[in-house]
Design a protein around this ligand. Structure first.
Ligand code: XLS
Ligand code: NI
Ligand code: NI
Length: 442
């Protein structure tokens, strides 16, 4: 055991990352993310609630469909499954602490290797939860959300909760039970369901209605268990339209909201929105955020970006200030995220093999979100952005427009209004002015 704790971890050569401001040219420092700087009435740290994703940073090997791993981790050499898991966790907490990330997120199988034995997996996870609990105490790091990986094992090739075979669904349930237990034991603030293979490859072999009913029943069963056992946080559904299945049931924010409403899950579930999943669904990220915000269900974010040319789920780190400023406008106007945070569900490239690369990736992601937060707040405070949108709808604030909104006008009365008032004026949407406004404040 002592060899694990004493080992020189991968990250020991990197210093703690500090805020140094805009004058700094130190690539291992923050230029925008000053965690205690107050923006719109709250410290940045509280608006952003950054989290590191265990799977990409500490399991992601750089392997792709064409090639073997390129990221070779020292902890993979450490003896048995628990030894490897502890060495990995030592490194993970060192990394997260050095970056000043307040939170982390994990899947069950990220933390420790799973076998096909349900009881053995539970014991393994419990051992690691105990280890993580000590590390959380030492470092102050917190768990933003836990989840179970119900998509990698071959038994889930036809789905987990939507599998046509009940036996497979039960295995999914066993994993979720253990992952919920782990989340509760670690004081996890939320629990995520990303429906990895909850969808279909061809309708020729699929009873869609039955699968969706089973999915809803599964979510109710998990939620009831968690509530009975004292979990008070939110459950998040993470929409994604495709990949790995051809069509996923949690297609996008609007689809998920309809599903939650239909199956009476709105009291317990909110949305965890991922940038790249919005892209795959043919939406902008801000569209997805707005759909969730308007329904009062904007829970959390998985931060990354896709590739606009090849359309894959490339999970690159975020770096587009324009796009993120538009996103932060929606988040600020919604009053922030409800219980969630910003999880870096992103990975460094296969050919990024220096120890510094993982730091540069997160520093860049944290800085760009911080800058977007400041920029969006300036736009809201100092520009006529809000006013323009408000005025655009002013005709509904009084007179006949207001009477219509209040349900007081019949179709005949609307017809008479049109006849009496003649042709409406042509009114500009002022898109270019508004686009320039964003650039001006960046
Ligand atoms: C995959 C998803 C996944 C979830 C967690 O595309 O983003 O990483 O966030 O299961
Ligand atoms: Ni994703
Ligand atoms: Ni994700």
């Amino acid at each position: 055991m002592s060899t694990v704790l004493d080992q020189k971890t991968l990250f020991s050569t990197i210093p703690t990352i500090q805020y140094e401001g805009l004058e700094s040219d130190n690539p291992l420092a923050f230029r925008w993310y000053d965690e205690s700087r107050v923006v719109a009435g709250k410290p940045m740290k509280e608006w952003l609630r950054f989290a590191g994703a265990y799977w990409h940073s500490f399991n992601g090997s750089g392997a792709d469909p064409f090639g073997e791993p390129t990221h070779l981790f020292p902890w993979d050499q450490e003896g048995d499954a628990i030894g490897r898991a502890k060495a990995k966790m030592d490194a993970a907490f060192e990394f997260l602490t050095k970056l000043g990330l307040p939170y982390y997120c994990f899947h069950d199988v990220d933390v420790v290797d799973y076998t096909n034995d349900v009881a053995d997996n539970e014991r393994r996870l419990q051992t690691m939860v105990e280890y993580a609990r000590q590390k959380q105490q030492e470092t102050g790091l917190k768990l933003l959300w836990g989840t179970a990986n119900l998509f990698s094992h071959r038994r889930y090739m036809n789905g987990a909760a939507t599998n046509p075979d009940f036996h497979v669904l039960a295995h999914g349930a066993a994993q979720v039970k253990a992952a919920i237990d782990a989340t509760i034991a670690l004081g996890g603030e939320n629990y995520v369901f990303w429906g990895g293979r909850e969808g279909y490859m061809t309708l020729l072999n699929t009873n869609m209605q039955r699968e969706q009913e089973n999915f809803a029943r599964f979510l109710h069963t998990c939620k009831d268990y968690a509530r009975r056992n004292g979990f008070t946080g939110s459950f998040f559904i993470e929409p994604k339209p495709m990949e790995p299945t051809k069509h996923q049931y949690d297609y996008d924010a609007a689809t998920v909201i309809g599903f939650l409403r239909q199956y009476d899950l709105l009291d317990d579930f909110k949305l965890n929105l991922e940038v790249n999943h919005a892209t795959l669904a043919g939406h902008t990220f801000q569209h997805e955020l707005q759909v969730a915000a308007d329904a009062g269900l904007l829970g959390s974010i998985d931060a990354n970006r896709g590739d606009y040319q090849n359309g894959w789920d490339t999970d690159q780190f975020p770096n587009d200030i324009y796009e993120l400023t538009e996103a932060m406008l929606v988040i600020l106007e919604a009053g922030g995220l409800q219980g969630g945070g910003i999880n870096f569900d992103a990975k460094i490239r296969r050919n990024s093999t220096d120890v510094q690369d993982l730091f540069h990736a997160h520093i860049g992601g944290m800085d760009i979100f911080a800058r977007a937060l400041i920029t969006a707040d300036n736009i809201l405070q100092k520009s006529d952005y809000r006013q323009i949108r408000q005025q655009r709808y002013a005709s509904f604030d009084a007179g006949a427009g207001k009477a219509f909104r209040d349900g007081q006008l019949t179709l005949e009365q609307l017809r008479d209004y049109a006849a009496e008032h003649g042709e409406p004026q042509i009114i500009s949407g002022r898109q270019e002015y508004l686009e320039n406004l964003i650039n001006r404040y960046i």
